[in-house]
Design a protein around this ligand. Structure first.
Ligand SMILES: *Cc1c(COP(=O)(O)O)cnc(C)c1O
Length: 456
């Protein structure tokens, strides 16, 4: 071990970022505006405020302010589990016999087990401040619902979660954590909403999808007095809150004179990757430094690498604003054998624009190779990673192995977004040798892509 760099770099509480960083302020080409699905015109603050908390809608539309103060109440909550450590993966480096230096930012140090709490607490705070009774949301694998349940119980808000049915059945413990924090959890599609009943009628026996659960949660919010809808990823406000990851990582790097060459994150809706890279991207956009950024997505849900950059619905029920993003089409549902998370059909409009401009690279990886990397990491570095995070581990290991071939001493930083304790059915599948890879054919993708709304 390098005696100048500890295994775990912990910043002090006083070094917690006091402001979030909004990368949109430094982007020359701004992400395309969200459109009202009825009028196809850019959504106004007033329209957005019917679905979202007003302050969050304001953040969603803010392309100008680079720094936004983190309210003191949120900072206090952050202190329960932040700053999160930046870890030098010395053991992994040694096992791979690579000259590369590998660091990871670990976001699994809280009960929800992932980075999602960073935005959940912010969204719950603004809902409370607005005097709302509660919020509705969807959850896929369950991490977002868990994080939001924790945040809502902290501020005394009601929390209604629509959980994708397949996860509801496969992850009973996630469900119980949410209920323990006081949330009301419904498997989606359900008969508690109009859109849910329609989807059930059209696709009997469906195991659900994120897009469908979003539609249900939005409907519930707009038809219940004193409720708004909150979303755990994809939206620009979520990337803003998640910038706390990147700001801390950058402060830790600067403190120890660590200069990452490659920054890697897994990409579902893009919030952890966006949060991790935002401040570094800011430096790149301002010409102060250069980095390679790599988004890693599942081969079975490849929105960046095989999707189209177009306006699309964020949800199956087509009630949310339209977003211009890399998308597989809102009716896309990953194959049933997919166990690694990151199942959303689209990508953050911020990351989509940065990717379209060539400022970010993207690659897709197959799930067996992801679980190989996860297992290798767990055995060497000790932490059992979430399957989602393991997409980033896969790419980090691959980049480190490339350095071994070329002899380059690159510095690699990746986001370890969470722990895998609640994902043991997926690990079981892998351990039993029952996990297979599935890559959708072009024809299959064309089926959902051909249903993209005709706007541009
Ligand atoms: C939700 C989640 C992700 C993916 O979501 P993003 O918005 O793309 O960050 C990644 N890792 C973990 C552990 C998650 O819970």
């Amino acid at each position: 071990m390098d005696k100048n760099i500890p295994y775990k770099i912990y910043l002090g509480e006083e070094e917690l970022p006091r402001q979030w960083y909004n990368v949109r302020a430094d982007m020359k080409i701004k992400p395309a505006p969200l459109l009202n699905p009825a009028t196809k015109q850019p959504v106004t603050l007033e329209e957005m405020s019917k679905i979202f908390c007003t302050e969050l809608a304001r953040q969603e539309l803010d392309n100008e302010n680079a720094y936004i103060d983190i309210p003191a109440e949120i900072l206090d909550f952050y202190k329960m589990y932040r700053p999160a450590p930046l870890v030098r993966a010395y053991f992994l480096e040694k096992a791979l016999d690579t000259p590369a230096k590998i660091y990871y930012k670990f976001e699994g140090n809280n009960t929800s087990g992932s980075h999602k709490l960073n935005s959940a607490i912010a969204q719950a705070y603004y809902a409370k401040k607005q005097g709302l009774k509660g919020v509705t949301t969807e959850t896929g694998a369950g991490q977002w619902g868990t994080a939001l349940s924790m945040a809502c119980s902290y501020f005394g808000l009601d929390c209604k979660v629509y959980m994708v049915k397949v996860s509801y059945e496969q992850k009973p413990f996630r469900r119980e954590v949410m209920r323990t924090y006081g949330a009301d959890v419904t498997p989606s599609p359900s008969d508690t909403t109009k859109v849910g009943r329609e989807i059930l009628k059209k696709f009997p026996g469906t195991t659900g999808s994120l897009g469908c659960a979003i539609s249900e949660a939005v409907e519930k919010a707009v038809t219940s007095e004193g409720y708004r809808y909150v979303l755990g990823s994809v939206l620009s406000q979520v990337l803003l809150h998640q910038s706390v990851i990147g700001l801390e990582a950058m402060a830790a790097c600067d403190k120890f004179d660590i200069k990452p060459d490659i920054i890697i994150g897994c990409a579902g809706g893009g919030s952890n990757l966006g949060g991790l890279i935002s401040p570094f991207m800011g430096r790149k956009l301002r010409g102060e430094a250069d980095y390679r950024f790599i988004a890693v997505e599942p081969a079975s849900c490849p929105s960046l690498t095989r999707g189209r950059y177009a306006y699309d619905f964020c949800d199956t029920g087509m009630v949310c604003p339209l977003s211009k993003m890399y998308t597989l089409g809102s009716s896309f549902i990953p194959s049933a054998n997919h166990a690694g998370g990151l199942r959303y059909h689209g990508m953050s409009s911020v990351l989509s624009e940065l990717y379209d401009e060539g400022l970010i690279e993207a690659r897709s990886v197959e799930q067996t190779s992801v679980f190989e990397a996860a297992t290798q990491f767990a055995r060497i570095e000790g932490t059992l990673p979430a399957p989602e995070s393991s997409h980033a581990i896969r790419a980090a290991i691959d980049e480190a192995l490339k350095c071994k071939e070329t002899g380059e001493e690159k510095t690699i930083l990746f986001g370890l977004t969470g722990t895998g304790y609640f994902d043991m059915t997926a690990y079981q599948k892998f351990n039993d040798g029952n996990m297979s890879d599935y890559i959708p054919t072009d024809d299959e993708l064309e089926k959902s892509l051909s249903q993209l709304p005709d706007i541009n």
